[in-house]
Each structure stands twice: as C-alpha cells, then as structure tokens.
Design a protein around this ligand. Structure first.
Ligand code: UD1
Ligand code: UDP
Length: 353
C-alpha cells in the first residue's frame, strides 16, 4: 500500500514522529509538509530531535487567513496526489493542514485515515472544532484515542471505519520523557524540580482577544511561584501588539518556543502546568502533572473527569485561585494506554475497502 501523510504544524510533527517509523516499515510512505509552521523552533527542530525523515514535498504555504492558507494547501496537495496516486492519505489532529489534506483526498476519491479522530470540544467558535468535524465526516478510517471519541462519532452517525487505537502522543511523550532527562534546561533557567510552574498560551481565542490575553497576563503576574512561559510566535506578536509584553516579561521567565525534549523535561518537573494547548493537557496527564486549562471547554474530557485537569477559563481570579487550590486525585487512572502506533498499522493492514 502507498500512503501519504500530510503535516504542517508543531503538534503534527510530534504525532507523526512515532508513527512515521512504523509507516515506513510496513508501507510505501511519503510525506507532505504544508509549511504552516516554518520558523526553525516551530519546525526543523522537531525533525532533527525526533529523527523524522525529510519531507518528500515542502509546500511553503506559511501564514495567512484561514481561507488563504487552507486554499493554498488544498491546491498544492491536489497536484501532488494527482502525481503520486496514493492508496491512502493520513491526516493528523485538527489544524488547517489536517482539513486541507482531507479535502484534497476526498475530492479525488482517495481513502483517508484520520489520526486523533472523534475529538470534540462542542465549541464551534474554535477553528479546530470545524476542522475536526469536517475531517471526520470525510474520513474512511477513524483512529480514535478514547472511547469518548468513538461515542462522539456515533452520535454524529459515523460508525463505519471507526477504531479505538489509543493516542499516538502517548508513545511520543513516554519516549521523550526518557530522552529528555539528559537536558540541562532546568539548570539553564535556574529552576528546581517541582518548584516552578510551566505555562503555554497560543489559542486564537486567548491571543486575539485583548481582554482575554490581558486577564491571562494579569493572573500570571499575580502568581507567587516562579512561572516559565515558552512563547508561541503568535503570542509574542499579540503581546507586543496589545502592549502587554513588558508587563509579562517583568514577572515571568519568558523563553522562545522550546524543542520537544526540553519542553518535556520542563513539563515533567513542573509542579503544575497552565495551558490552552490540547497536546499539553494530555501530556500533563500522561506525566502526572496537575493541569489548569485556560479555556472553558476541552476535548480531552478524561483529564478533567479523572480529576487531573481543571477548566479555569480566562478569569484572572479563577486562574490564580486554581493554581493555589487545585489538587488532583491521588490515583492517576490510565485513560491513555500506549501502543497506538502498532494498533493503527494493524488496522490499516487488516482493512480492505
Ligand atoms: C495552529 C493551529 C492550532 C494548533 C497550533 C499549534 C489552525 C487553525 N491552528 O495555530 O490548532 O494548536 O497551530 O501550535 O490550524 N507564526 C510564526 N512562525 C511560525 C508559525 C506561525 O511566526 O513558524 C505566527 C504567524 O504570525 C502566524 C501565527 O503565528 O500568523 C499563527 O500561526 P497559524 O499556523 O496560522 O496558527 P497557530 O496559532 O500556530
Ligand atoms: N511543545 C513544545 N515546545 C513548546 C511548547 C509545546 O515542544 O515550547 C509541544 C508540547 O509538548 C506538545 C505540542 O507541542 O506536544 C503541543 O503543541 P501546541 O500546543 O502548539 O498545539 P496543540 O496541541 O494545542 O494543537
């Protein structure tokens, strides 16, 4: 079988890394990189650290409005699919690169496999929610990380091709945890294990709305514990645009975006994490780090239901109170078992259309 994976943004490089090795062993696999993320620290560093093979096609699409970015990807992916004629296109997660890959393949009647299918926040103001729903509805194989994801798909009438495979990020995260220990990031940032907080912020609703970003900055500045915040380029740009950067920098340890190993080490040794990232909520759970989510909804409901994640939204008082008061359950349920890559490959091998 000939497969083509379409990736383009930071979390997709991380999801692709463990699966890529298996795809190359079992199939004729090619890689399209849309270029949605392009800075060295948002892109190349992951290929180097995680030993991801060079993409066969780099589309160089870059940043833009949703329509321009997705449209440009769609046009370019279609040309490659026409040339390569794969049996299946694999798409990952919920970004504009995911949707473009799925749309291009579906219009050409090429089978689609969606890794991380069935996730729902039930918040249609999130661009990712639209990408998830549309991608799932044109996919032929839906690789679900959890039973909740399967149930979500069933409620939307999708039952065929749905498989409970687990989450590829578990494989990625556990592998990184071991390799990350040799990093000297704690020493470089003058941090002691379990004596600091880690944060990430990049969600459109938190960075593009001045009031929300200002509330988050206010909360971060009120915290007593040392806080480390590796900044997504979108957030740096918006902090400067809204005149909030200096205030934040005076209180919080700001860094550039970090590579996966350094970030995993920081997360593993943090006392708590504050984040609006999907991937970081899940990794916090996998590594047993209490998580305060800077959103009102989450698609990773198991992390909340089992008592390891709390939704604090963007109210400064609630964020500060959550950092002080939130204590997870002592027992960490294993909601995300490892081995997803093997189960995905096996499902692909056993499926005949
Ligand atoms: C995208 C995804 C989001 C995912 C995130 C992972 C969509 C709609 N959003 O959001 O689901 O959680 O990636 O990080 O697909 N920029 C740079 N350098 C880069 C990349 C981006 O400076 O290498 C800046 C640009 O100003 C750009 C902005 O960040 O306009 C936003 O980038 P974009 O890829 O559109 O969305 P993300 O916020 O990264
Ligand atoms: N991450 C990283 N360096 C950072 C911040 C995050 O390597 O400075 C990793 C993190 O461990 C997780 C992934 O990036 O695996 C999450 O990506 P992001 O938060 O950008 O997107 P989301 O998961 O919200 O789509």
């Amino acid at each position: 079988m000939k497969t083509i994976s379409v990736i383009g943004a930071r979390p997709q490089f991380i999801k692709y890394a463990p699966l890529s090795k298996e795809l190359h062993k079992h199939f004729t696999e090619k890689l399209i990189h849309t270029g949605q993320h392009y800075d060295y620290l948002m892109n190349k560093i992951f290929f180097e650290e995680l030993e991801i093979p060079e993409p066969d096609y780099y589309l160089g699409v870059g940043s833009g409005t949703h329509g321009a970015q997705t449209g440009d990807m769609l046009k370019k992916i279609e040309e490659i699919l026409d040339l390569e004629k794969p049996d299946m296109v694999l798409v990952y997660g919920d970004t504009n690169s995911t949707l473009a890959g799925a749309l291009a393949a579906s219009k050409m009647q090429i089978k689609i496999g969606h890794i991380e299918a069935g996730l729902r926040s039930f918040d249609k103001s999130m661009p990712e929610e639209i990408n998830r729903v549309l991608t799932d509805h044109c996919s032929d194989l839906l690789f679900c990380p959890t039973q909740t994801a399967i149930d979500n798909l069933h409620k939307e009438g999708i039952a065929q091709g749905v498989h409970l495979t687990g989450d590829v990020m578990v494989d990625a995260s556990l592998y990184a945890r071991i390799r990350a220990e040799s990093s000297d990031i704690l020493e470089r940032l003058h941090l002691k294990s379990k004596e600091y907080l880690l944060a990430t912020v990049h969600r459109a609703s938190n960075t593009d709305v001045k009031e929300n970003l200002a509330n988050i900055v206010e909360a971060f500045c009120q915290l007593d514990e040392t806080l480390v915040l590796p900044l997504h380029p979108r957030t740096t740009k918006q902090l400067k645009h809204f005149g909030l950067y200096e205030k934040l920098a005076s209180k919080v340890k700001l860094t550039e975006p970090l590579g996966y190993l350094e970030f995993t080490k920081l997360l593993n040794h943090a006392s708590k994490v504050l984040t609006d990232s999907g991937g970081v909520q899940k990794e916090a759970y996998i590594l047993g780090v209490p998580c305060i989510t800077l959103r009102d909804t989450t698609e990773w409901v198991e992390t909340v239901d089992t008592g390891w994640n709390t939704l604090a939204g963007t109210n400064a008082e609630i964020i500060v109170a959550s950092v002080i008061e939130f204590q997870p359950q002592k027992h960490l349920a294993n909601s995300f078992p490892c081995g997803a890559c093997d189960r995905i490959i096996k499902t692909m091998e056993e499926t005949s259309f």
